[in-house]
Unconditional design. Sequence first.
Length: 276
Amino acid sequence: MAFSVNTNASALSALLNLNKTTGDLETTQTRINTGLEISSAKDNAAIFSIAQQLRGDLRGYNAVKQSLDRSISTTDIALAAAGSISDLMIEMKEKSVAAADAGLDADSRLALAEDFNALRDQITIIINNAEFNGTNLIDGGTDAIVAITNPNATQTITIGHQNLTLGGGNITITAAQSITTQTLAAAAVTDVIASLKNINSALTKLGAGGTSLEAQRSFADKISGTIEIGIGNLVDADMAKESANLQSLQVKQQLGIQALSIANQAPQSILSLFGG
């Protein structure tokens, strides 16, 4: 055994081991504090890169869900409004058919005409109130829904505009149409029947679009959950394992400090060789 006052190999070895233990302890404490085994590219560059890509996709799906939510709300309002217009049109058919009876007296036809006009005017009120977030799918404009369905915004679902305004195409009943005479009432019957058919067709299109949006929204929730779990599997720390490592490393650190202290005392023994 060689003794030296210039080099204390035991102390150097103990110090290296203590530094390694301290570094491992810092790593474990960071994992416990962050909940992440891989919190930066230094931990594992390849897995960190994959996790970052997945995080980007997850944020993209958050935007997808927002787009779908807005579109669903807009469609739901349009559907509710179109359904109410269809109900009004059914009542208008009843009034116009009754007014088309050649044997009806003038006063009764006039009363029916007033009811018909009131129902007709409600259609315009409903359409004006069928707007959500600046979009109205059933007014005289050209608004349409284009909802994104993937995190890169390269895939979309489009819900077309359905013009349900008076005299707008789908509804042949005009804003001035009335049933004050038997002839006008008979003409109104024809227009109401055609309008009701077109409204129901528009309802079918809006309903199908709403169903597609709901399906995509459900899918977005599922895939977002899957991605989030996938990220966790890649980078999350095993807290039970890290807790056990923490206790082990704390004990190891204490022992390392004691070993270093003992190693630092070794040179003192050289003094005994000189009678010190």
